[in-house]
Design a protein around this ligand. Sequence first.
Ligand code: ADP
Length: 711
Amino acid sequence: RRRAEGDADAVANGLRHTKKARPSPRLPRQHQEVRRQLPVFQHRDNIVTAVKTHRTVVLVGETGSGKSTQIPQYLYDAGLASKHKGSSGNGTLSPRTICCTQPRRVAAITVAKRVAEEMGSELGHTCGYSVRFDDQTSPSTRVKYVTDGVLLREAMADPMLKSYSVLILDEAHERSLQTDILFGLVRKLQDKRPNDLRDAAQLRIPGRTHPVQVYYAEESQPDYVDAALMTCLQIHAEEAPGDVLVFLPGREDIDNLALLLRDWLAKLHREALQEAAAVGAVVAETPSAAAAQLQEGLVVKVFAALPQEQQLLAFTPAPPNTRKFVLATNIAETSITISGVRYVIDCGLVKQRSVVAGAGMEALKVVPVSKSQAQQRAGRAGREAPGACYRIYTESTFLALAQSTPPEIERVDLSQVVLQLKVIGIDKVDQFDFVSPPSPTALIAALESLYLLGTLDAAGDLTPHGRRIAQLPLAPTFSHLLLASAEPAFECTAEVLAAVSCLSADNVFFTPTDQEERACATASHRAFASADGDLPCLAGIFEAYKANMHKGQGGVWCKQHYLNARSLARALDIRSQLATILRRLGGDPESSCGAEVQRLLRCIAKGLSLQVAVRQPAVSVAVGGQSSARCYRTVRGGKEVYLHPTSCLFGKNPPPRCLVYAEVLQTSKQYMKCVTAVDPAWLTELAPQVFRKQSAATAPAAANSCAPRLK
Ligand code: ADP
């Protein structure tokens, strides 16, 4: 178990899980009956036999049939986690663990919690989970849920994955980057562990699904949040009881719809009550219609960054005579099954990470779903009874959708996994046994980035710096930044660690939905702005939070300043975990630049030297009404990018000539988020492998002359 620096606030926020007395072995009765009802239960013996007799088992079944929660328990009950002969061959018997991977951390956490409950285990004892920055396992854990990224990381330390008897790669059809890589690794591993790692056959669990009536919008909807709201209200007013699941691309839309929907539902309920009181006798004559009218509405949200306690609310059945509206991102498509849903509203969009071609950068984009995603979403309405799906786009839009989503390996930055493969000892990454190979261009781009960061040498071999970078559970650029902060020239680890921890947590700024309050929040946030940019600003906020927290006032202080206490508590936890790794790597997490901010800025320039953008001369662009003064061009790839309005440098006059960015968000344009102003002259000095010396004088204006070179 990891512990952060003593923080009362974090404990109050439920972040820490303290060990209680050993659980009673009695299994919760109510769960046993539910478990027996799941479709997978009928196939329990077949599954166990298949796993015992084959090297690989491919299991296909409907979402919600019980694969993730039940199968690890069946295998555990069948003794597959019991003591094995140690692979060292010294004859000692050591217990092994059943490991189940999930592409999403929220799924790993919620499934583990559920299974721990079903097994009558305190979370982290027999059943636990391990996701980035949150490890809830102990030596007694035998059923362990992990994100695919965590297992890949474990493979770096132990390429044979010796502690596991069974590896379950769940949601393999989703083709997440890390699951794909794990497939290749596991196949390699099976060759090396022929006798003891369990293997496979094909099994199918027939689903229990009911027909779902699909409705389309008659014409394109200009505002999908508004259209979703109308559809929710229409269902609530006209349709039989049953919960509603609404798919939206992201958290902002979910927050907006929740606010509108709660208001409307409360209003409608009040009106219905008044009407019922006015026609009292009539109500008694038509009880079902009256009951439907008087039904209350309960709105719950589900998205990855939502605190776990609130996440679990979605699973709680609505109180009697209440219709539950679950507003979710695509995590409710396959990862999480919510019972009681009869109606699905699908806006047809999803947020997706993908590289901007040729720019060496990734952007988070809202894109149309694929046909198979739309079908999967509709299917959520027919799990328990016939249902209905309302697509708030036209049928011709649906017909024009791509059949399926391209696997992640075809659309994301590969530098982190390429580095991990190198650490695992797979030198010729182009010859790795990929489920489907990435494009040579993507592989070369990853190798180039890794070379420019100094993690690979000219021959493509791992450098000592690369080995150190790989130990940090961050994207290579951020690890590079963190390690740079420990160099004698910078010594600003405290500040960089604070900023990077905030970036790894959820948004630390709290934005109220109420307009007036929002203005107060914006003013309050502006007080933290730094003239140098968002990373120094985050570092400042974090330090102030820490100081207040040590005085026992963290929560109050956050409230006063419209900051998200939960995110900051999490950042504090992440900070202490990164600090531990950094100490191991010889850094001093407390070394601070104090008032010498330039040391910090130079360090950021060096660390993020692959993510530089240069302001364009005012004449060169005038796109979409955006002030041309704010148009920038990335040095790598030469893409046009803009300052995100949430940046503290947004609107600064004059705007900085040259800056580094932490991420890019694509909506109508490509926006740089979390930016820091840097002096272009530093770049040639501090990142000579990226910037040619001769371009020093002209760097800001002539972005293309700073193109990276590869030896
Ligand atoms: P699959 O992996 O086949 O999609 P799961 O094992 O995830 O299915 O889910 C099986 C059932 O358990 C579903 O009906 C789901 O609603 C229920 N379930 C899963 N997690 C929870 C939870 N945290 N709380 C309540 N019910 C849950």
